[in-house]
Every structure is written in C-alpha cells, then in structure tokens.
Design a binder for this molecule. Structure first.
Ligand SMILES: Nc1nc2c(ncn2[C@@H]2O[C@H](COP(=O)(O)OP(=O)(O)OP(=O)(O)O)[C@@H](O)[C@H]2O)c(=O)[nH]1
Length: 382
C-alpha cells in the first residue's frame, strides 16, 4: 500500500542511502568539505530510519528515542555543512542538543510520551533547518542559483516541522509513535521522502554552481590585480558599448607604465608586481565603479568608461598619472622616472569593432610615448 508506514520508511532508507553515496561521489570530485557533512547526514538518516522500523516490535528506546535523535543529528550535520559552505563557525550552544534530547529518557516509555517526543523532535529539526536556511540567505558572497534553491528547500522543510509541532499541540490530535498512528506521522513520512530528494539535489547544485562561478571568475580575471583579463574585458564590452550616444559618450583609455622593465631589472620581479598592483588599486579608487577595468597583459591596462567627457578623462588621467608617479618615485630609485603614458579615444556612437577602438587608443598611447611619456593623449571619434 502506497502510504503504509513500513513501505514509506523502507523507501526513506533507500533514498537516504542513495543520497549519502551520491554526495560522497560528488565530494570525490569537488573536494568540498560541506559535501562530506551532508553525506554523513544522509547516512545518519539511513541508520535512524532503519532503527525506526524496530519500534513496532516494542523497542521504544532504540526505535523512537535513538532513531529520532539520529534524525536531529542528521539535520545538525546539514547545518554544519552549510556553516562550512558559507565559511562560518558553529556556535557552542549546538552541543546542548544531545543533552536536551537525553532529558526525554526521563519520560515513561510508551504511547503517552509520543506527543512530547514528536513536539521536541519537530521543534529541533525545524529550528536547525531554519537556521541553515537563514545562513544561506545571509551569505551574499556565496549567493548562486544553487544556494537560493537550498535556502528555499530548507526553509519549507523547517516550516513544515514547526507546523508539525504546532498541530501536535492541538487538543485531540492523535499521535502514537510506536505504531505510526496519526495522520501527522503519515504525512511526515511522505514529506521526508520528498525532502531527502530535494535537499540532496539542491546540496549538489549549491556546490556545483559555486565551483562553476569560481572557474568562470578565474578564467576572466588577472590573478595578480584581480582586474578582468583580455578575455573578460572583450566579453563585457558589447554590453557597455550598446548604450553609447551623443548625449552619453563613451571612452576607451589605455595605460602603459613607462620604464617598467627598468624597475623590474633593477629591483626584481616583485617590485614590478607591486607597481602593477599599485596601478590597479589607483584605478579602482579614481575611475568610476561601473567602468570596465582590465589588465590586457604585461604593463598594459584598458578601461572602458560610459557617459563621460573629454574633461572627465583628462581629470582621471591627471589623477592617475600624478598619484602613480608619487608612489613609484617614493618606493623605487630608477635612473629614469617610472611614470604612466595614457591614450584615450572618445566616441559618441557604438563602435562596430572593439579592435578598431583599441587600435585607435593604442595610436594615442604611442603618441604619448613619442611625445616624451608621462602624459595623456586624447582622440575624438565621430
Ligand atoms: N613584474 C612583472 N613584470 C612583467 C609581468 N608581465 C610582463 N612583465 C615585464 O614587463 C616588461 C615589459 O616592459 P615594456 O613595456 O616592454 O618596457 P618598458 O620598460 O615599460 O618600456 P616603455 O613602455 O617603452 O617605457 C618586461 O620586462 C616583462 O618581463 C608581470 O606580471 N610582472
């Protein structure tokens, strides 16, 4: 029979075991510690549900107290996995859970204790699930489609358990844990099977989405300065160029460090790296936040600005030039000053080709170098 408790429990055991193995295999490739915690949680549910089957044979301590305690521990493992995932620390107060659960041993065995057991069990599972859900909601650093899915699945699961505790409190509600009597217990068994599948899938998705966005980020960023690399820059220019018009002109600014090789040769590669990081930090401070910022390679940087003007570009260029020179001169002694040459192109309609724009700004940059370095040259386009 579809809703026969023993059948539902057997199904729960099989699905929880499959989820434990599935998450363990996922951990073997992703090596994310959260997956191990979650896998251990599902393994615990497998054991707890197997023990639950014993309650109908009169084993109250093992079949109810221990089995339900394991269900709480499994959810605690889920919470612990979420804490690891968001990079937090578990609170010490969670260690009180086993103590709280142990107090239930003082209750007399048998059906009369069922309501009390179910309320305590449901409240603990509910609050642990809601806490895990809230942690995922509060972690914007890790927010992906996967984390949002897991957040909602745990939220619904937690609310279900709190509702279960509330309904159990209502006078006349029939609960007999020893023989699985009562609609709440049967509904809960169905919810359990669904929750295992949804929670396990969301957990895998959570780690996968995070890994994918990390790989994407690594592929599009320069590791030294964290600015976009050429690939990331090119991928984003189309969107930024589309809104350019006579009322909202755009600009492409190229920057190259003068005598960079000299600083590298005289003071070592680390000194060169310091200059590259200094320049990238300055661009973050001086250029608008929404400007697209990239290190194209070596000591060459590109910046795409929207809704700007020649005066603004000259102001930004001057700030960057002066502040970079101050830091470089203070930090490294070189026979020729380590300065910035800048070339910019202003345009008032979306250019057809980014390469043509880059070439134009490159010509302006070359002009700045030829005219003695340490200066900005601006070209108008259209
Ligand atoms: N420290 C460091 N150096 C790099 C890196 N990538 C490229 N370089 C060095 O950058 C230098 C490129 O220098 P150039 O731009 O050709 O020479 P320059 O001295 O700046 O010449 P001008 O631009 O004409 O003033 C070479 O010495 C490269 O080895 C990097 O990631 N770190």
């Amino acid at each position: 029979m579809a809703f026969d408790p023993a059948t539902m429990l057997t199904l729960t055991i099989a699905i929880a075991a499959a989820a434990a193995v599935y998450l363990l295999l996922e951990w073997r490739s992703a090596r994310d510690g959260s997956l191990l915690c979650w896998s251990a949680g599902f393994a615990t549910i497998t054991v707890g549900s197997s023990l639950s089957l014993l309650r109908v044979d009169g084993y109250f301590f093992v079949g109810v107290w221990l089995a339900n305690g394991l269900l709480i521990f499994a959810h605690w493992m889920f919470l612990f996995g979420v804490i690891r995932f968001v990079g937090g620390r578990p609170s010490r107060s969670w260690a009180l859970l086993p103590a709280a659960w142990s107090l239930l041993l003082l209750l007399p065995d048998g059906p009369e204790s069922s309501k009390f057991y179910l309320i305590v069990n449901s409240l603990l599972v509910g609050f642990i699930s809601l806490r895990a859900s809230a942690l995922l909601r509060l972690a914007p650093d890790t927010a992906t489609v996967g984390t949002r899915q897991l957040h909602y699945v745990l939220l619904v699961h937690g609310v279900f358990y709190i509702a279960k505790a509330t309904v159990t409190l209502l006078p006349g509600t029939l609960i007999d844990l020893t023989v699985f009597r009562g609609t709440i217990i049967r509904v809960s068994l169905v919810e359990g099977v669904m929750a295992i599948m949804l929670i396990a899938l969301s957990m895998t998705g959570t780690v996968r989405y995070r890994r994918e966005s990390m790989i994407k980020r690594l592929a599009e960023r320069d590791p030294l300065t964290s600015l976009y690399n050429r690939r990331g820059f090119e991928a984003r220019t189309r969107r930024n160029l589309a809104n350019v018009s006579a009322a909202h002109p755009g600009a492409l600014l190229l920057i190259d460090i003068d005598h960079f090789k000299l600083a590298n040769d005289l003071h070592g590669h680390a000194a060169g790296d310091f200059l590259l990081v200094t320049l990238s930090d300055l661009t973050r401070q001086i250029l608008p936040e929404e400007a697209l910022k990239a290190r194209l390679g070596g000591d060459e940087f590109a910046f795409l600005l929207s809704d700007t003007s020649a005066q603004q570009i000259e102001h930004f260029g001057e700030e960057l030039r002066v502040r970079f020179y101050e830091t470089a001169a203070k930090t490294f002694n070189t026979p020729y000053p380590v300065t910035l040459s800048l070339g910019a192109t202003l345009f008032n309609q979306p250019p057809k080709d980014l390469n043509a724009l880059l070439e134009q700004s490159d010509r302006a940059l070359y002009e700045a170098k030829r005219n003695g370095r340490d200066r900005l040259e601006v070209r108008m386009n259209g």
